[in-house]
Design a protein around this ligand. Structure first.
Ligand code: AOF
Ligand code: ZN
Length: 361
């Protein structure tokens, strides 16, 4: 099951609105010979099980299927996975978790049992819940799972107002690109666009297809039409979530670049709960928020942070700027971190040798 989970995690970020499910067909007997591997494919179909069954072919008859989420029992673009498993002659199914999707919700396991298959559930359930957290939250709460990532200096600052700092080096940046790849959407506040003009794409060799949708929270549509995220909206989707009172002319200029502007009814700042609901409606299951610190803390205040990742640079702020810094963790995020509710992953690496080693984001 651990192998099936690892397999499924490889397609996180590609399969939304569907979960990324891993499946292994294993021969009966103590050797545990793997006959077929599968995971949910880009865009969410085919599901993981038929891919693994096809790889195993006729050898699947009498074999065991390990699967990280309950096989579906509903008709989508293809027949239910439960039917494919029965037709392949699988003798035993080991499943990590019941699928909370109301179209499934136990009926997949029941269908397999009714066909005489030996079904075990709950193996590595806690780990499967972590892997499928985006899917579970979208189904149960109508919102995506949210990871907040903040880069910080060795002494805990996110930067200084109006100045662009290179805080982290190439190893940490590679780590961040991998985390981006496994998200469905990258979110930033407009302040980050104005300060850094980031690209917010995945620039790892061979992983370009993993670039997520870019989402900017921008109440008054201050994103310049010349910003990188607007200029490249034709290549990588850019969605800007704005308030009701944002100027129409700004919207037109952004839409002309291929940006999708979504207005929420609220006046004042964007209602982050409403923004998350909107993203879930659009199929987003995993959001990776890269700041800035104000948006990150507002998400924490709204109870919308599931995981906090801090990426530490090697230098203290005074080595980077003489100006007063903005603390990376605002009061609400600091509270979450202290309470241990949120996992903190620290990455530290050597300073970049020169600017070309640094990430432009
Ligand atoms: C599986 N195996 O690999 C995945 C499943 O829109 P559809 O028809 O593709 O169905 C999507 C639902 O199927 C999704 O909400 C989730 O409940 C389940 N995903 N099920 O048996 C898979 N990805
Ligand atoms: Zn299925």
């Amino acid at each position: 099951m651990a192998d099936a989970l690892a397999l499924g995690r490889r397609h996180l970020g590609l399969t939304w609105p569907n979960p990324s499910v891993g499946a292994l067909v294993v021969a009966p007997g103590p050797e545990g010979l793997i006959l077929g591997r599968g995971m949910t494919q880009s865009g969410g179909r085919p599901h993981g099980e038929p891919v693994a069954l096809a790889a195993a072919g006729a050898a699947a008859r009498g074999a065991t299927l390990y699967v990280t989420l309950e096989p579906c029992s509903h008709w989508g673009r293809t027949p239910p996975c439960a039917d494919a498993i029965i037709a392949a002659g699988i003798a035993r199914v080991v499943s990590a978790l019941e699928d909370p999707d109301p179209r499934v919700a136990g009926t997949g396991h029941a269908r397999l049992r009714a066909a005489g298959i030996d079904v075990t559930t709950g193996l590595l359930a806690a780990e499967a819940e972590r892997t499928h957290r985006g899917h579970i939250l979208r189904v149960r709460e109508g919102r995506p799972a949210v990871t907040v990532k903040l880069a910080m200096t060795a002494d805990g600052f996110a930067g200084v107002a109006g100045e662009r700092l290179r805080i982290t080096g190439p190893v940490a940046n590679g780590h961040v690109h991998l985390m981006r790849a496994h998200a469905d959407a990258i979110m930033v506040g407009v302040g980050t666009i104005l300060a850094d003009d980031p690209a917010l794409t995945v620039r790892l060799p061979g992983m370009e297809a993993y670039s997520p949708v870019r989402v900017v929270i921008d109440t008054m549509l201050r994103t310049p039409p010349g910003a990188v995220v607007a200029e490249t909206a034709g290549l990588y989707p850019t969605w800007i979530i704005a308030g009701r009172d944002a100027p129409v002319a700004a919207e037109r200029a952004l839409v002309a670049r291929g940006v999708e502007v979504m207005r929420l009814g609220s006046t004042g700042t964007v209602d982050l709960h409403a923004a998350m609901r909107l993203l879930a409606t659009r199929g987003v299951t995993r959001v990776f928020c890269e700041g800035g610190p104000r948006l990150a803390d507002a998400l924490a205040a709204a109870g919308l942070v599931d995981e906090l990742v801090t990426v530490s640079g090697p230098r203290p702020l005074r080595a980077l700027s003489a100006r007063p810094g903005i603390p990376a963790l605002g009061p609400h995020l600091a509270g979450l971190a202290r309470g241990g509710i949120v996992k903190t992953v620290a990455t530290w690496d050597a300073p970049a040798r020169d600017a070309s080693d640094c990430d432009d984001d």
